[in-house]
Write a protein of this length. Sequence first.
Lengths: 113, 112
Amino acid sequence: GAGVSQTPSNKVTEKGKYVELRCDPISGHTALYWYRQSLGQGPEFLIYFQGTGAADDSGLPNDRFFAVRPEGSVSTLKIQRTERGDSAVYLCASSFGRSNTQYFGPGTRLTVL
Amino acid sequence: ELKVEQNPLFLSMQEGKNYTIYCNYSTTSDRLYWYRQDPGKSLESLFVLLSNGAVKQEGRLMASLDTKARLSTLHITAAVHDLSATYFCAVDKGGGADGLTFGKGTHLIIQP
């Protein structure tokens, strides 16, 4: 079946703008994760959903970052008042339940000018 | 705070040689994952190691886990150019928390 998909693949925005990044997980996967990867680094955990609820949002760097998963499938990561330091590749992953192998999407490359 | 350290961070080797990548982590964790990332691409799952002494092999790659030493290894046998990539180990945060903590990755270049 289809893997994890993310849109857009690239997003260029200006400092202070609002952006939304979308993730469509593998069908049937109940767990969904967002990570952020800066150049030359490993992915950094942001938030985890089990179903519709955010079970762990301890990785969100500040209150400018917010994510939703209203129907337990597609998720949207929202970033307000973007800053240049937010530039990174945002990765989404899904798994069939907690603590199982996470399958990653292709990522959204966010550039804040 | 859980820390995951990989070494080496950069490795250049010749085809046909063997080498090992090491992954140390700082706290008790149940599961250890290895991923591969090609330039400009996302992460591909290689291995999931679930218990002390676990060993898994796929082609020229073999991964093992020693939970007492908090150490996992990824061994490459008779390397070929196609294995050139960045390899990450990752550990469950544990303690009821979720998400993975990744190492910085090992950038592997295999030269003909």
